[in-house]
Design a protein around this ligand. Structure first.
Ligand SMILES: [Zn+2]
Length: 307
């Protein structure tokens, strides 16, 4: 049985796994990439962690045949480099991830965007298994996205495609976004957007968990806030449903476990906003792989490119 290294590089941590050809995670490790406020470049931390993971895999009797990397930022998957970022991640733009890791590990390496890897992982062994047309949206600090269409990952010319959070849903007088534009969907539909509004009403409600907790206890202001936030998410999704005609909308991120207060009302709101034929059979459900989605999806991407 072939095994692969999966490496999921985020803005605060790198998660590593040894993944089987069936998508099972056999070993796991994690390291902070922000431990010294990025004095140590992220790629340096990743190189050390990847070398440790390869050594641990070999000690356990495995011989990984390649490495799939899932990385935050705009990833040029053709060249395996970081083509850009939103906001500041010191030293990250331009990082030659693939070249450096191929030379360090002596293995072939692929690199792709983290939200794109998430949807591949979910389609391989998670909540989107068996589906060919899926919209994946990860709701968190920002709004990550990925599109599976006809079973293929939509990547665009350089691998940058599927950056759904920066679709403009508020073209007039929109809020400024970290990408430099204004009115982007993620300024209204991310968990951060929800939190920004909640803390104005109650400074203690400074995270998604607290906001959903208050809503569950009947806090009328939080219930109203959730309603209008869900409408913002649904408006963006409705546009995307008309573009891609998905069978499934997959919601990831910490808030995706809120079945009653998020997933169900969101499904209703999306279906109410699309033409009836697009709503037929359309499913909305939470992602299943949680923290493993990136590294498992990165290995899926690798296998698809080395089959
Ligand atoms: Zn933006």
């Amino acid at each position: 049985m072939n095994t692969y290294l999966g490496i999921d590089i985020g803005g605060t941590a790198v998660k590593l796994g040894l993944v089987s050809e069936n998508g099972e995670v056999l070993l796991r490790q994690e390291a902070s990439v922000s431990f010294d406020n990025y004095q140590t470049p992220i790629l340096e931390t990743v190189r050390k962690a990847a070398a440790r993971m390869l050594a641990a895999s070999r000690e356990a009797g495995y011989q990984p045949v390649g490495a799939g990397v899932s990385a935050t930022g705009q990833i040029d998957s053709g060249q395996g480099i970081v083509a850009g970022t939103c906001g500041s991640l010191p030293g990250w733009p331009g990082a030659p991830i693939r070249a450096v890791l191929e030379s360090d590990l002596g293995l072939p390496v692929t690199v792709a965007n983290d939200a794109n890897c998430m949807i591949l992982g979910e389609a391989w062994v998670g909540a989107a298994k068996g589906y060919t047309d899926v919209l994946g949206v990860t709701i968190g600090t920002g709004l990550g996205g990925g599109v599976l269409t006809g079973g293929r990952l939509l990547e665009g010319a350089r691998g940058l495609g599927g950056e759904l959070g920066h679709m403009r849903t508020h073209a007039c007088n929109g809020q400024r976004c970290t990408c430099g534009a204004a009115g982007c969907w993620e300024r209204y539909a991310s968990t951060s957007a929800l939190v920004r509004q909640a803390v104005r009403l109650d400074p203690r409600l400074d995270n998604g968990r607290a906001i959903f907790g208050a809503a569950r206890q009947g806090d009328a202001a939080m219930l109203r806030l959730l309603d209008s936030w869900i409408v913002e998410i649904a408006e963006g999704l409705a546009g995307l449903v008309h573009l891609f005609n998905p069978q499934l909308i997959l919601i990831g991120g910490g808030v995706s476990s809120q079945e009653e207060l998020l997933i169900r009302p969101l499904a209703r709101q999306v279906k109410a906003r699309v033409m009836p034929a697009f709503a037929q059979g359309l499913e909305v459900r939470p992602a299943a792989l949680a923290n493993d989605a990136g590294l498992v999806g990165a290995v899926c991407y690798f296998i698809r490119h080395h089959a």
